[in-house]
Design a protein around this ligand. Structure first.
Ligand SMILES: Cc1cc2nc3c(=O)[nH]c(=O)nc-3n(C[C@H](O)[C@H](O)[C@H](O)COP(=O)(O)OP(=O)(O)OC[C@H]3O[C@@H](n4cnc5c(N)ncnc54)[C@H](O)[C@@H]3O)c2cc1C
Length: 490
């Protein structure tokens, strides 16, 4: 049986970044991943010779991100170049109240130019007063200091927005953006999280891609662990966490046991506590707390390989005033009452990096629509059917150019990330919902009550949107583990 300083369960962006940072800090690390690739929910795989994104594909913020810090610190920036396309890399499709479709081409790093303002007038019928209200909102956002922002951990974003009396179309645009970023009801989305990320988007841009595939940075982190004398095993599922005398001391995999001073799990806080470590190792109060945590929603959709360039931009959100989701609208969708346009987000990785496809004329695209995190929910098929109808209306010739089409939803996401250990959970697109009561001081502590066991990734230790939150957690939890192990003399 081999001994390590730290075992990391899962090579999603939280686990992979943390493992590399611990190796960088001088620890001997074992990184264990149950799937074939590092990257978790944003892993890149191969299909028919294409580099193929399984799920999400863009990073926010585009510039000055935790990802930039990570690759610089590890010295792998040249290995995994980042790209933020210039020009109009986003094209918004908005269905107006009158029923006509309007298109807004936009750069990923906005400048506030006259042209951008004119576009808001044309697409969202924005008057001078509407634009003034939006300017007041951004001014208020940038006027908040850290303490004022922290206080907004307890305020829902829709309530915070209400003070600006934004027009319906501009509200729809802002809420659409927030839902694609956080995948939670916008009424309970913590205003602190929303504002931080909107500020980052405004200053540092709304979309970064990694050349060779979004998962490339996680792959580089796993390689880094090995270069530093550690172990990386893919296709290795951790079955349980070994606990001796009230302390996590290692893990059991399909191929035997590995021991370490610290065990850090990227497998989700609920699966880690309730299944891998076991309820018997925690107080009844902690178990009750863990059971009460709410997941983010999930995403269903389909991945395409197309034999023609159908989509004209890298990021294409599609929505109407009815598309954004709060608790009430989501509950209506669950009961079968869908909006005229379900909120759809299309990522087109080949628009960021043409080298993903062996044929320069072909296009890879991922169409996403928002559903429950419950792997057993029946929303998936209906969401996909409705999204397809909208896409068919907008791009009628798409269906004649499909080389491959793969539908997916909460069940597959759960299979590639966290186990479903509680009713309604498992397929979450992000992790714990970043809603009031679950962020900032109310977010779970990455140090669990079981000595030697930590949580990393979107469930603890970070802030921000999606993978950025996961890597933020990687940095913050690495600092905790290094501090604890230095203190214990390991
Ligand atoms: C369809 C979709 C689109 C998205 N779009 C974007 C986007 O455009 N931009 C963005 O930033 N974010 C996006 N996200 C969100 C983003 O993917 C997640 O927030 C982030 O990847 C979560 O990282 P994580 O480290 O917390 O966990 P995960 O990515 O879930 O990683 C957990 C890892 O642990 C492994 N694991 C679990 N259990 C075990 C076990 N027992 N043994 C061994 N290994 C185990 C899993 O296989 C996985 O690799 C999207 C998500 C989805 C589903």
């Amino acid at each position: 049986m081999d001994n390590y300083d730290a075992i990391v369960i899962g090579a999603g962006y939280g686990g992979a970044s943390l493992a590399a940072l611990l190796a960088h800090g001088g620890l001997r690390v074992a990184l264990l991943e149950k799937t074939r690739m590092a990257g978790g929910k944003t892993q890149t795989t191969e299909r028919l010779g294409y580099r193929f994104e399984m799920f999400g594909a863009v990073g926010i913020p585009a510039l000055n991100s935790r990802f930039h810090e990570l690759v610089e610190l590890l010295g792998v920036a040249d290995e995994v170049p980042f790209i933020v396309p210039e020009g109009n890399a986003a094209s918004i499709r908005y269905k107006s109240q009158g029923g006509d479709w309007r298109t807004l081409y936009s750069p990923l790093v906005q400048t506030g130019s006259e042209e951008e303002i004119e576009n808001l007038r044309r697409v969202f019928d924005a008057s001078d007063d509407d634009l003034g209200a939006m300017a007041a909102m951004y001014e208020a956002m940038f006027g908040l200091d850290e303490d004022a922002l922290d206080a907004l951990d307890e305020v829902g974003m829709l309530d915070w927005l209400a003070q600006f009396y934004l027009s319906e179309p501009l509200t729809a645009q802002i809420c659409m953006n927030l839902i694609t970023l956080f995948v939670v009801p916008v009424n309970r989305l913590a205003a602190s999280e929303a504002i931080r990320v909107m500020r980052e988007q405004a200053v540092s841009g709304a979309g970064r891609y990694h050349i060779g595939g979004f998962g490339r940075v996680a792959e580089a982190c796993a390689d880094y662990v090995v270069e530093k004398g550690g172990l990386y095993l893919n296709k290795t599922r951790v079955q349980r966490i070994l606990v001796e005398e009230g302390r996590a001391v290692g893990v059991e995999t399909d191929n035997g046991q590995i021991r370490a001073t610290a065990v850090i799990s990227n497998a989700g806080i609920q699966p880690t506590v309730l299944k891998l470590a076991g309820e018997e190792n925690f107080s009844a109060q902690y178990i009750e707390y863990i059971r009460s945590l709410e997941p983010s929603w999930s995403i269903a959709g389909f991945r395409y390989i197309l034999d023609k360039r159908i989509f004209d931009a890298g990021l294409i959100p599609i929505f109407s005033n009815q598309s954004w989701l709060d608790d009430e609208r989501f509950a209506r969708m669950q009961s079968g009452d869908w909006p005229d346009v379900p909120l759809i987000a299309i990522d087109v990785p080949t628009e960021f990096d043409a080298s993903l496809s062996p044929n320069p004329d072909h296009q890879l695209a991922n169409c996403q629509v928002f559903i429950s995190a419950d792997p057993k929910s029946n929303m998936e098929a209906e969401a996909i059917r409705r999204a397809e109808a909208v896409i068919d209306e907008l791009w009628p010739d798409l269906k004649d150019h499909i080389i491959r089409k793969e539908p997916y939803g909460a069940r597959q996401i759960s299979g590639m990330s966290r186990d479903s250990v509680l009713p309604g959970c498992g397929g979450e697109a992000v992790g714990l919902a970043q809603v009031v009561g679950q962020v900032g001081k109310s977010k779970p502590n990455p140090r669990t009550p079981l000595a030697g066991l930590y949580i990393v990734g979107c469930d603890a230790g970070g802030r921000g949107a999606g993978t950025h939150q996961a890597v933020d957690s990687g940095f913050n939890v690495a600092a905790l583990v290094l501090e604890d192990l230095a203190g214990s003399g390991s």
